[in-house]
Write a protein that binds this ligand. Structure first.
Ligand code: SF4
Length: 222
């Protein structure tokens, strides 16, 4: 590792302590009546793209309580999937993708979600963020860092890194963030980004890690 983050132990301890009171992000949250499988994680993650957590949660529940394997999904028409997942963003495209992915999983992987990162990326509609999420929360593997908009924005504000894209952020963080924090990173930083270090005018006055933050690019705060 070329360099590390100053006070990283303190920062993670403070975030864990403070953020415990908030709800976990939708994709990693266990959902009653829905099995905790890599397929459920994959489909929940696809549903969550560009969609509010509450809408994702309701759509996931409607679809995945009954249709939580590729075989079961293939019993539905695209139209039926659309109806179940509406109003998630791009629900028509997502319904088509969910069917396509289920079909591929049945034809190529005996109905299982592959546990190889590169294989996941070959599935239509699966990008790095989704593949990383499936590896961490679906397959419970170590060594992966899912980066969404919050995970990209906050380390830049803190002054840990200076990156322009989530992919660069993933690459840089893997060099400087100690491995023991990788599995907690997404959950903690998504929750932190949704509640305190929000995109516009973050709540710095109630931030538990303000003393460690360089506030890069923060022009207004509360
Ligand atoms: S001090 Fe403000 S900008 Fe820095 S991490 Fe906290 S909320 Fe975000």
């Amino acid at each position: 590792m070329e360099r590390t983050i100053c006070y990283v132990d303190e920062i993670f301890a403070l975030l864990k302590q403070r953020l415990g009171v908030y709800t976990q992000p939708i994709v990693s949250r266990k959902k009653k009546e829905i099995p905790d499988t890599p397929f459920v994680t994959l489909i929940s993650c696809l549903l969550s793209l560009r969609t509010k957590d509450k809408v994702t949660e309701q759509a996931s529940r409607r679809l995945l309580t009954k249709y939580n394997t590729p075989e079961k999904i293939m019993r539905l028409t695209q139209k039926q999937i659309e109806t179940l997942i509406y109003p998630v963003g791009f629900y028509k495209t997502k319904a088509r993708r969910i069917r396509e992915i289920s079909k591929t999983l049945l034809e190529k992987y005996q109905g299982k979600v592959p546990d190889e990162f590169e294989e996941l990326l070959t599935l239509k509609g699966v990008g790095r963020k989704t593949a990383n999420i499936v590896m961490v929360y679906g397959h419970k593997k170590h060594g992966y860092l899912p980066i969404d908009t919050h995970c990209h924005r906050i380390p830049n504000r803190l002054g840990w890194i200076k990156t322009k894209t989530p992919e660069d952020t993933e690459h840089m963080l893997k060099k400087i963030l100690p491995l023991q924090y990788w599995n907690d990173f997404n959950d903690l930083f998504v929750t932190f980004g949704q509640t305190i270090c929000v995109p516009i005018s973050p709540f710095c006055n109630r931030c538990p890690i303000e003393q460690y933050c360089k506030k890069v690019g923060v022009s207004t705060s509360r």
